[in-house]
Design a protein. Sequence first.
Length: 82
Amino acid sequence: MNVYVCVGSSCHLRGSYKIIELMKENIEKNHLEDKVNLSAAFCLGKCTTGVTIKVDDEVVCGVSPENFSEIFGKYVMEKVQA
């Protein structure tokens, strides 16, 4: 599974580096290092909707520290376990 976190200007200002840190922590905590490739992406084209991530081919907008756990569970954990 490939996970990209946008680090373009708009997402950077909305906290994309915090999302990267949360993603790293959760990948490690769940022992997914061999199943999830985490990368930064310059721009995912959704600049007005907050921090954007892409999980394989699915784009998820509006990621924040407050909703991170829910999004990680739905878009990463559920797919890894499927």
